[in-house]
Design a protein around this ligand. Structure first.
Ligand SMILES: C[S@@+](CC[C@H](N)C(=O)[O-])C[C@H]1O[C@@H](n2cnc3c(N)ncnc32)[C@H](O)[C@@H]1O
Length: 272
């Protein structure tokens, strides 16, 4: 039996891209992330869409990106057991179930109200995990968050959907409201945004992208409270060993060059 969901806007619907990517990864014999809950959600909703033509390459990349952001959150929480975690544009991601923060941590998943309504129908409650239905460009949602605890903030596949001014304002509000912490997200460079025009599997995203693309150093230029502390190039990460042989070889060659690696997915981590 499948569970019908409320109609979502095209931007909200992009949550299926990442969810199905993680679901397909979990079906591989040697998954990168192994998020079986993502697969359960896809099966429960009966989601199918011809727009999403997943290749093994792209689902591995989505899964690897999620894994890197999971690791950022896990490492931060290990150092700060009193932390709060925030997933911006969480979609139907169940990161808190993957990283299993201790009960001393409060975790907040933020997305548009209709997405949060879908989350509430599909994803079981978990103590200390909260869902906030809000437009991230509206400052009010931050008011419900504690200000005095260290915060780890992740955003997986979000930033391209925010206009540059909205991204700058969001980063400023986060660093002004929260005492200290880290924020990590995948970088959408101008190249990534332009490449989306050409790749048939994601060309439909192009009109939804509001960002012209940004460099990993732009957030530091926009916001003096941010310091770039890590640039995680997926080409250089250990999960590449799970890639199929030809792709693995190509990726290992690409990893030799920083410029070529930066054409692929990069997760940037900042401290504030
Ligand atoms: C590509 S999806 C990624 C979802 C999730 N992070 C994941 O990895 O599965 C982008 C998400 O950002 C959300 N989003 C985009 N703009 C937003 C905004 N202004 N406010 C709240 N959520 C937003 C969308 O609703 C969508 O769920």
């Amino acid at each position: 039996m499948t569970l019908p969901l409320p109609a979502l806007t095209p931007v909200e619907e992009t949550l299926w891209i990442t969810l199905t990517g993680r679901a397909f990864d979990s079906r591989l014999p040697a998954p990168v992330l192994g998020d079986t809950m993502a697969d359960e959600l896809v099966r429960k909703t009966g989601y199918t869409d011809d727009k999403l033509r997943w290749t093994r390459v792209s689902c591995l990349e989505v899964a690897q990106r999620a894994k890197k952001l999971d690791e950022v959150a896990q490492r931060f929480i290990a150092r700060h057991p009193d932390a709060i975690g925030i997933d911006l544009g969480a979609g139907l991601d169940t990161r808190a179930f993957r990283i299993e923060p201790p009960p001393t941590v409060d975790w907040y998943d933020v997305d548009f109200p209709d997405v949060v309504a879908a989350r509430r129908r599909l994803i079981p409650d978990r103590p200390h995990v909260h869902a906030i239905g809000a437009d991230l460009t509206n400052p009010a949602w931050l008011e419900s968050l504690p200000t005095d605890r260290p915060a780890v903030i992740v955003a997986d596949g979000l930033m391209a959907f925010l206009a540059e001014a909205d991204m700058i304002a969001l980063l400023r509000r986060l660093t002004d409201h929260l005492h200290s912490g880290e924020i990590a997200f995948n970088v959408y460079t101008k190249f990534t945004v332009r490449a989306a025009k050409l790749a048939p599997s994601v060309r439909f995203l192009q009109p939804l992208f509001k960002s012209p693309g940004f460099d990993r150093l732009d957030p530091v230029r926009w916001n003096p409270k941010l310091t770039l502390i890590e640039e995680i190039m997926l080409t250089r990460e250990p999960e590449i060993a799970r890639y199929p042989p030809a792709l693995r070889l190509w990726t290992r060659l690409a990893a030799l060059s920083t410029s070529i690696s930066r054409l692929g997915t990069v997760v940037a981590r900042y401290r504030f």
